[in-house]
Structure formats: C-alpha cells, structure tokens
Design a protein around this ligand. Structure first.
Ligand SMILES: *Cc1c(COP(=O)(O)O)cnc(C)c1O
Length: 372
C-alpha cells in the first residue's frame, strides 16, 4: 500500500538542498538577519513575478492582510466584505484591524464569490472588499475589473493560495490596491517557517506598509503611527529567493496532477470536480472535490494510506472566535454545504504519476463498492 501525504515538503527541499544551504550560509555570513539584503532582493523579484511595482515582506499571510487593511485606512466603524468560505485568517485580519467583517455566500460553480453577491453586501460603511483566490483560482477578468474599478471600496486580494495565478493575463496581487501572500511552508511558494508579502503598484502604499511592519517607524525611534513587528526574516527571504525561479514549474506540475485527477475521476459517483482551465491560470493550491459521502470517503482514503484534507470544515460565520458578530447557522447556506461536502485530494508538484493514479484508483474503488 502506498503512503501519500496531503503535502510533501521533503522532496522539494532535498532537490534544492545545495542552493538552500548556500543561501542560508550567505545570510549567516552577513548576519543581516532583520530587513537584510535578501529581503530587498526577494521583494523586488516577487513583485516582478506578480506584475507589480512594489513588494513588502512581512511575517505571515495573516499579517499581510492585517497591515494591508490598515494601509487602506480601515479601522473601527468600517465594514470589510469577504467570503464565508475561506481560511479563518481572512476574517481574523479584519477583526485585528478593528473593522467589522461582513460575510457573503459563495457560488456553487467554483466556490468563489460573485461580484453581484459582494455588491449586495455593500453599505455606506463598506471600505474594503477581499476577494479570496480560493484553491488558486481567480474570478474572470470582467468580474475583477468591475470590482477594481468600483470607487466605493478598495480591493485587497487574498492571494495566500494563488502565487502565480492569472486572470485576463494579469497576475494575482496586481489587480487590487494590494495583494496579500502567505509563504507558510505548504503554500505554492513556501518558506522554512512563516512569511508573507504585500504587493502594490502604489509608492505611497508601499511606504505606509514599510512603516507599519516596522513599529510604524520610518526613522528609527520615531513612531508617528501605530505599527507592529511584522517583518519578513532575511533567512526566510533567502530561502524563498532560491525557490521563486522554480515556482512557475511547480505550478505547471500541480496542473498536470489536476489534469490526471480530472481524466480519471470524471463521472465517478456523485463527485463534483473542480474546473481546470487548460491555460494554467488556476494554480491548484488545492484540488477540492465535492461529494455527499465526504466523511466515509475521507475514512476510506485514510485506510488506504492517503491523507486527504478538508478546506474548510467550518465556515467563517460559525467559528467560536466570531460569536460576537451576530452570525447565525443557516445564514450562508452554500458555505455550510461546502464545509460539509468538500475534500482535498493530495496535490503537490512532486506527486508522481503512479501516486496520482493510486489516489484516483482508490477514489474510484470507493464509489464502486458504494454502488454495489
Ligand atoms: C494560509 C492563508 C492565510 C494566512 O496565511 P498565514 O501565512 O498562515 O498567516 C490567509 N488566507 C488564506 C486564504 C490562506 O490560505
């Protein structure tokens, strides 16, 4: 029986080991651990990868979102619109900024939130809208354009799952006022710990973010605004610089895995598969299938050595942490159904054809047994 993890960081790390060791050694040699040379280099390289003028390295994706909201002027009394089906951190960052998170239900077709749904949640207090590029896919070009050209709010993209994703030929993180990335080890581009980046085209926003991540201090020991200690470590930037040149290929390899799943799992049981555009604009952070038999399938896969995941078992509005927001069960029915039915199959660049085939075969066998 094969053992297949949801994500495997060993292979990628060992393949790049000599370059990674050299990069870490360079930083140790210079001892510029805080906002050192590698941070500046990586910020420039990653911003370019995202078709952006500026990148500001920060300590995590959560902190990227938090600081982006502050740089957009969000605070108490403001509302920020976000999907009900996203990782906890999207909403937590809004609460950290002092604003009120306003959830909206996703659509069934691709689990993204349609522009008309985002608009329906708008009030006179709305300051920002956060489209989340869930699982590595983005809204279509005209939807994004209509969101970004709407002057009644600023768009902050949650790109934590979408490094290198594109829509209408433009990279994730280059559409909104800011794009927020995570370099958590399991993301499409992962560090050896926590890290994040905010991308923007605006020099004034870049400057604000540079102060916000560094105690609100443009000049040492002067603090005209409240800032935080939210910097990207030089060591993490050095690691990320080694991996960035391979990101495009990593995303293509994810795409290959997804195409194999799609070919093998079409018309199996009650499975609903994600739609994979052939041009690679969806970067497949996760391959989330949907079935009413999610619980038993998850168990069956585990018995056969396959670690599947659930992203996410609880929608935003039902987390205990947000119980003071006044949300109720049943308020976002699509998000609740997705939370009960989605299941993520293993996907990572180094997943072999044999392994992918084994996962697909095991899923098929589950539904064969079930139908008998
Ligand atoms: C991972 C993730 C975050 C948070 O990033 P961290 O680096 O873990 O803080 C935010 N939003 C989404 C959609 C994510 O997947």
């Amino acid at each position: 029986m094969m053992q297949i993890p949801l994500v495997d960081l060993q292979i990628q790390t060992s393949n790049l080991r000599p370059q990674l060791d050299a990069a870490v050694a360079r930083v140790i040699g210079r001892c510029d651990f805080i906002l050192g040379e590698e941070v500046r280099q990586f910020e420039a390289a990653f911003a370019k990868f995202c078709d952006c003028q500026y990148g500001v390295g920060v300590s995590s994706g959560t902190d990227a979102l938090h600081l982006a909201l502050r740089a957009a002027g969000v605070g108490p009394g403001d509302e920020v619109i976000l999907p009900a089906n996203t990782f906890f951190a999207t909403a937590a960052a809004v609460v950290m900024s002092g604003a009120k998170p306003v959830c909206v239900d996703p659509r069934e077709s691709d689990f993204l939130v349609a522009p008309e749904m985002l608009r329906s949640a708008r009030t006179s207090r709305t300051k920002v809208v956060i489209p989340v590029h869930l699982y590595g896919q983005m809204l279509d070009e005209s939807s994004l354009r209509s969101l970004c050209e709407d002057s009644s709010w600023a768009v902050i993209e949650d790109c934590a799952q979408a490094h290198g994703a594109r829509s209408g030929g433009k990279a994730s993180g280059s559409w909104g006022l800011m794009g927020c990335f995570s370099f958590f080890p399991g993301k499409n581009l992962g560090a050896f710990g926590d890290g994040g980046m905010i991308t923007t085209q605006r020099p004034d926003i870049c400057q604000k973010l540079q102060a916000l991540r560094n105690y609100g201090s443009p000049v040492r020991y002067e603090h005209p605004v409240l800032g935080f200690n939210n910097r990207l470590d030089t060591l993490q930037a050095a690691v990320l610089s080694v991996k960035l040149p391979h990101l495009q290929r990593f995303n293509e390899q994810r795409h290959q895995v997804a195409c194999r799943y799609e070919a093998e799992l079409r018309d199996v049981g009650d499975l609903i598969l994600p739609k994979i555009p052939q041009d690679g604009r969806h970067v497949l952070h996760l391959y989330a299938i949907r079935t009413r038999r999610r619980g038993t399938l998850l168990h069956y896969l585990k018995e056969h050595g396959i670690a599947a995941g659930i992203h996410y078992p609880t929608p935003i509005h039902l987390h205990g942490a947000f119980s003071d927001q006044g949300w109720k069960k049943g308020q976002f029915p699509v998000a609740e159904r997705l939370a009960a039915e989605v299941l993520s199959l293993p996907i990572y660049p180094e997943l072999t054809d044999d392994q992918t085939g084994y996962v697909a075969e095991t899923v098929r066998r589950f539904f064969d047994h079930a139908s008998r």
